[in-house]
Design a protein around this ligand. Structure first.
Ligand code: PLP
Length: 473
């Protein structure tokens, strides 16, 4: 298609397709029901030699691709953490792809760089993060955590590993046993080695035990190992447990260790003044990441990464070959120096659209609604003698299980709950996932989808109970 009039016509139709999709989204099975290889089998083995019409492409999209889509934007999606979209975010993404700017340097699109700086400062202030924090948008929390660990590695080695490779003593990174796998990935990629990731024990609520951290650091120092970075979780993936940030921060300060906070999911909650206490000790952090693409209604991908000392980050990543030199290098932010990526999408635009279109109060009221719905759901589970809550609720997640006859055989109950989860997900009515809490298989129910309302949560509870009842003798 190279004719602008054809494009205009197709684009209008596409907007209608999108609006219809959102209007009818609840009619799709939330979790795609296809089998492995099913989509592949329906796709031609080689690329078309001749141009095909948009009608033909869209027909295949509707008939082949859509059945292999899991509907993350369905209000019946309660799995993992959400990857939320919203209408203003979709509109901004249309513009982003239309202008198609590659925003690696200020000069390659000044508005992208300056808007990024502005919206990252808006968010920082809204979340009451320290004013000294400076932000950059990364593609994912995994990339941000990698940037943090590599910066910590460089800072502790006086930027020597960047130059000489690993010649020093072994570096050590610490996180809780419940921390996200992206930390282990970052430690591997950073060349530190997964054997040098020290997993610190958690308490009964899944929070890192600070004294265990301190003991581990001291033990490592005695062995001539070099503590490099501690990653604290402000919301673990399994249960949204919140590590004691202030105590961990104090330990990092005492031992002069980089303190990175992974708030990938729960960070959004910091925009609520009533949850400001979650922020306690944040000033100790050297870096902090959270994902507006999870619980702030901004399309994937958009990860907000903040650093206290931007020089450490830039010295770690900056490379300036002749073809990238510009006249403004000394006076502007060039975000390609703030992480792994050289080429960068214009991600700030969707964040700007979302923040303006919802307004701060609009964003807050959405989160509050989700928290209140989660409270209701937790109540229903607690009052039902066939179910058990497995861990104190944190924000908008409920971890529970079905245990109708108070069975005591752990393996048996775990198996029962796994079967129940698979059955619910196969029904396509809702989608939820699981975690393990002290070897107990837990159903994990998250209420954070952009368009979820009380009726959806009620339906979900009925759905869970209906399928659970089929296991009654
Ligand atoms: N950290 C936590 C606590 C998470 O829950 C997740 C993903 O769910 C991540 C990091 C990784 O996020 P991303 O997919 O943006 O890399």
């Amino acid at each position: 298609m190279d004719n602008i009039n054809d494009f205009r016509k197709q684009a209008h139709q596409m907007v209608d397709w999108i609006a219809d999709y959102y209007e009818n989204i609840e009619q799709y099975p939330v979790k795609s029901q296809v089998q492995p290889g099913e989509i592949l089998d329906e796709l031609p083995k080689s690329a078309p030699m001749q141009a095909e019409s948009m009608e033909a492409i869209m027909k295949d999209f509707n008939e082949i691709i859509m059945k292999g889509i899991t509907h993350w934007q369905s209000p019946n999606f309660h799995a993992y953490f959400p990857a939320n979209s919203s209408y203003p975010s979709i509109l901004a993404e249309m513009l982003t792809s239309a202008v198609g700017a590659q925003c690696m340097k200020w000069e390659t699109s000044p508005a992208a760089t300056e808007l990024e700086e502005r919206v990252m400062n808006w968010l920082r202030d809204l979340m009451n993060l320290p004013k000294s924090f400076q932000g950059v948008i990364q593609d994912s929390a995994s990339s941000a955590t990698l940037a943090a660990i590599v910066s910590a590695r460089e800072k502790i080695t006086d930027f020597n590993i960047n130059k000489k490779g690993f010649v020093q003593s072994k570096l050590r990174v610490y996180c809780s046993s419940e921390a996200h796998s992206s930390i282990e990935k970052a430690v591997k990629v950073a060349g530190i080695g997964s054997e040098n990731l020290v997993k610190i024990q958690v308490d009964s609520s899944g929070r890192m035990i600070p004294v265990q951290l301190e003991n581990a650091i001291k033990a490592d120092l005695k062995k001539d190992l070099t503590p490099c970075c501690v990653v604290g979780a402000l919301g673990t993936t399994g249960t949204v447990a919140i590590d004691p940030i202030e105590e961990i921060g104090n330990i990092c300060r005492e031992f002069n260790i980089w303190f990175h906070i992974d708030a990938a999911y729960a960070g959004s909650a910091l925009i609520l003044p009533e949850l400001e206490y979650l922020n306690k000790g944040i000033e100790f952090a050297d870096s902090f990441v959270f994902n507006p693409h999870k619980w702030l209604f901004t399309n994937f991908d958009c990860s907000a990464y903040y650093v206290k000392d931007k020089a450490a980050l830039i010295n770690t990543f900056k490379i300036l070959p002749i073809y990238l030199k510009t006249n403004t290098d000394d006076v502007v932010n060039n975000y390609c120096d703030w992480g792994v990526q050289l080429g960068r999408r214009f991600r700030a635009l969707k964040l700007w659209f979302v923040m303006r279109s919802f307004g701060v109060e609009g964003l807050r009221s959405k989160l509050r609604e989700h928290l209140s719905l989660t409270n209701d759901f937790e109540d229903w589970v607690m009052k039902d003698s066939d179910f058990e809550i497995l861990t104190p609720r944190s924000l908008n997640i409920v971890c529970f299980r079905y245990n109708p006859n108070n069975l005591h055989n752990k393996k048996e109950i775990n198996e029962l709950n796994k079967q129940l989860m698979d059955k619910i997900n196969a029904s396509g009515e809702i989608y939820l996932t699981h975690t393990k809490i002290n070897d107990i298989f837990a159903l994990r129910f998250v209420i954070g989808q952009t368009n979820v309302q009380s009726k959806h949560v009620e339906q979900a509870w009925h759905c869970i109970k209906k399928h659970a009842n089929t296991y009654r003798n």
